[in-house]
Write a protein that binds this ligand. Structure first.
Ligand SMILES: [Zn+2]
Ligand SMILES: [Zn+2]
Length: 357
């Protein structure tokens, strides 16, 4: 199907603006000035950007019209399951490889420095348990819930525009936080915990492959964490697919056991570290972003724990710097006096204090 305006980006309009402005300015300007204008990095950058957006949107449109032409179970079950398999194994195995690598950058960011890695036999047990549910519980639930999903979501050929995509994602994030916090808090009720949620808490220092390690009842409940926003807002189903990708990536990240840059909620801190602390302490940090934990005062001792973690990380970094400086001096490669642990620690303390002021 061909439309005059690109539904995801509005890029045809943008392309017209660029080409019109180039044409009208080229009528007035001399030849060498025209060449300079058209070859300027700014115009070329805009044109490339628009071309890339048009390219991505047209491929998405073609893909969606292909899916719509298939039997209903493809959009209802096959697509969401393909997304779930790819993200779960893709990121789960990537984080597992990082855990067993020699990357000091990665190991320095480990939330529970003293925790032992989960033995291979248990990693295998976790993965097989999740895989069994990926072939049974999830597709069956999606198939049974397809009528509800079709009644609430938009399956039309026209894809949403960019403004709708961005505003929907902001609303989905709030819906996910509200649903996950309250559902998760209830799962910690003593009468339910030992029957259902205890499975997910089998290990106090989680790994990414454990992100979907749930009792089957909880696996069904957690589908609502992803679907709550799109169902409430009656969104286009493609937005549900996109939100599934984002949510699954985040749930993998938040079980990887490491504090990763750019994963911070404003004023609430690292989301991965917050959830790692939930696995450690069990009675704190029930949310994803931390918004409801902050509102209801259920952060437990997380802030003190995180402060201590930061301090210990700085000491370790200072010790590593000190050791490196001493090694360099021994080799005669260093200049000036070696950096002692105490000096490095003082320097780090001072720079942190300056940043706080
Ligand atoms: Zn829990
Ligand atoms: Zn968890």
């Amino acid at each position: 199907m061909v439309r005059s305006v690109n539904p995801l980006t509005g890029a045809h309009d943008g392309a017209s603006v660029i080409s019109l402005s180039a044409t009208s300015s080229s009528r007035r300007a001399p030849v060498h000035a025209r060449a300079a204008t058209l070859s300027s990095p700014h115009i070329r950058g805009d044109a490339l950007h628009i071309h890339m957006r048009t390219f991505a949107a047209s491929h998405l449109e073609a893909w969606w019209s292909h899916i719509r032409a298939q039997p209903d179970y493809v959009a209802d079950v096959v697509v969401p399951m393909a997304i779930t398999f790819s993200i779960y194994y893709g990121f789960g195995l990537l984080f597992l490889a990082l855990d067993h690598s020699e990357l000091s950058w990665w190991h320095r960011r480990k939330c529970q420095q003293k925790a032992r890695p989960i033995p291979w036999v248990n990693v295998r047990k976790i993965t097989l348990f999740v895989t069994a549910q990926l072939f049974t519980v999830y597709p069956l639930t999606l198939w049974l819930g397809a009528q509800l999903v079709r009644a609430r979501l938009d399956f039309s050929a026209e894809l949403p525009d960019l403004h709708t995509v961005l505003s929907s994602f902001a609303a989905f994030a709030l819906c996910t936080e509200a649903y996950f916090y309250h559902c998760h808090f209830l799962l910690h009720h003593p009468s339910i915990y030992s029957l259902v949620h205890k499975v997910h808490h089998e290990y106090t220092a989680p790994i990414a492959l454990e992100c979907l390690y749930f009792h089957p009842i909880e696996s069904v409940l957690q589908l609502g964490t992803v679907a709550a926003g799109p169902l409430l807002l009656r969104s286009h189903v493609v937005l549900l697919y996109a939100w599934t990708v984002i949510a699954l990536f985040n749930v993998s990240l938040h079980h990887c056991g490491h504090e990763v840059p750019l994963d911070e909620a404003p004023r609430l801190g690292s989301m991965a570290h917050q959830h790692d602390y939930h696995h450690k302490a069990c009675r704190a940090n029930y949310g994803v972003i931390g918004l409801f934990d902050w509102l209801y005062g259920t952060r437990g001792g997380y802030d003190e724990w995180h402060e201590k973690w930061e301090r210990e990380r700085m000491v370790a970094a200072a010790a590593a710097d000190g050791g490196k400086a001493q090694a360099e001096e021994k080799k005669g490669a260093g200049s000036g006096s070696p950096l002692s642990v105490a000096t490095a620690w003082d320097g780090l303390e001072r720079s942190t204090a300056v940043r706080r002021r």
